[in-house]
Design a protein around this ligand. Structure first.
Ligand SMILES: *Cc1c(COP(=O)(O)O)cnc(C)c1O
Length: 382
């Protein structure tokens, strides 16, 4: 079995658990995205919520990406990392007044607005500040992304976006509201989508919406199709990157853009997930009655995805090349859900070995908590 290539000589004296980021893989991923998206002149915004580590933000900003933010804190982090204000989009169902003010004062590119009431509030606050807010309406296209129910967002039952039946009515509001201007439509159907058919469905739905709007004389400058492209969690060594070539080509092949219309993307996971690993030290091997446990010093407080979504992460013992044995890999937190993997095959493991929990660069470090009064994990870049 191929194992990851880790700079273990640097790991010896680092305080575990910690996040290790493979800078080269991140840069290669960004280069690939730029190459594939620029074939069609598409604009990619990085979804900061996937990982807001300052160094990660700087690397991504440096490669010329825009930013997709879901809070005032993220807008500030994006600006601090050097992202252009006019390449920042701001989404979220529950934008607080101060967040709207922050976005208006920073003259961001676009608000992705999720309801008529929100539109009225933005209009009011913009009026107070003597600004005009550029707005894309987030449309709920009622598309099933066939992904985990916690991370599907594009169905009528979800809290996100404006339902299709209400779209035209919401567009009419703009003629009454003087401090908002409609520039685009926004969509985001879910996350960890590895089958391209939901994206094809989305394109077809957008085509329908666009032709209906055209019938009533409305054409918008931009379409934003959100993010959601998944990665392969099973085989990080064989498939270290999402298939960006196919992904962008789907939109090129299926989506009918109007002349001069630009297409925007908001990728999070597919940019940062593969480059991060959570490195943890084995504290004890405990022989249970039916199970053998590898108890490690990382827990759900450092990486919550397995506990929250039963998410799979590939795990390797990077200190051992002995024969494989079966373990339950568990953390120290007082919750039974604090389990990284069950009946998992690792090279024979002993106290002091380092394990790498792979593909943890997205929704990992950023979701860490101090539960049990633990310290937040640090991060290292090699
Ligand atoms: C979370 C989110 C994204 C990024 O999703 P990924 O699955 O990480 O690519 C993009 N846009 C919006 C509006 C989001 O909420």
């Amino acid at each position: 079995m191929i194992k990851g290539n880790f700079p273990t000589q640097h790991f010896e004296n680092l305080p575990t658990p910690f996040y290790y980021y493979d800078t080269e893989l991140l840069k290669n991923t960004l280069t690939c995205i730029k190459k594939e998206s620029s074939k069609y002149n598409y604009k990619v915004h990085y979804a900061i919520k996937a990982n807001a580590n300052e160094q990660i933000l700087k690397i991504i900003q440096n490669e010329g990406f825009g930013a997709d933010c879901v809070s005032g804190g993220e807008i500030n982090a994006a600006l601090n990392a050097g992202f252009n204000n006019n390449e920042i989009v701001f989404a979220g169902v529950g934008k607080a007044d101060w967040e709207i003010e922050t976005a208006l004062k920073s003259d961001i590119f676009c608000f992705n607005v999720e309801s008529a009431v929100e539109l009225e509030v933005i209009n009011q606050i913009a009026n107070n500040l003597n600004k005009t807010a550029k707005v894309a309406l987030r449309v709920n296209p009622n598309i099933d992304a066939h992904t985990h129910s916690y991370i599907t967002t594009g169905l009528n039952e979800n809290k996100f976006g404006i339902n299709l039946e209400k779209l035209q009515e919401t567009i009419l509001l703009f003629s009454k509201l003087k401090n908002v201007s409609l520039i685009g439509l926004h969509f985001h159907i879910g996350s960890q989508i590895t089958d391209m058919s939901p994206f094809q469905d989305l394109c077809i739905k957008i085509n329908e919406i666009q032709s209906e709007l055209k019938n009533v004389g409305i054409t918008l400058q931009h379409i934003n199709v959100g993010g959601g492209l998944g990665i392969n969690y099973q085989h990080p060594n064989h498939i270290p990157m999402a298939d960006f070539e196919t992904y962008f080509k789907v939109f090129h092949d299926y989506l009918n853009l109007e002349k001069n219309q630009t297409l925007h993307f908001e990728l999070g996971r597919s940019i940062v997930a593969p480059c991060g690993s959570l490195i943890t030290k084995v504290l004890y091997i405990k022989e249970g009655t039916t199970k053998r446990f590898a108890i490690v010093d990382a827990g759900m407080t450092d990486l919550i995805r397995p506990a929250l979504y039963k998410a799979y992460h590939h795990i390797e013992n990077i200190s051992s090349n002995e024969d494989f044995e079966i373990y339950d890999i568990v953390g120290p937190i007082c919750e039974s859900s604090d389990t990284f993997a069950k009946d998992y095959s690792l090279n024979k493991t002993k106290r002091g070995d380092l394990l790498a929990i792979r593909s943890a660069g997205a929704y990992g470090e950023i979701m860490a908590s101090k539960y049990n009064l633990r310290e937040l994990p640090k991060s290292f870049f090699f």
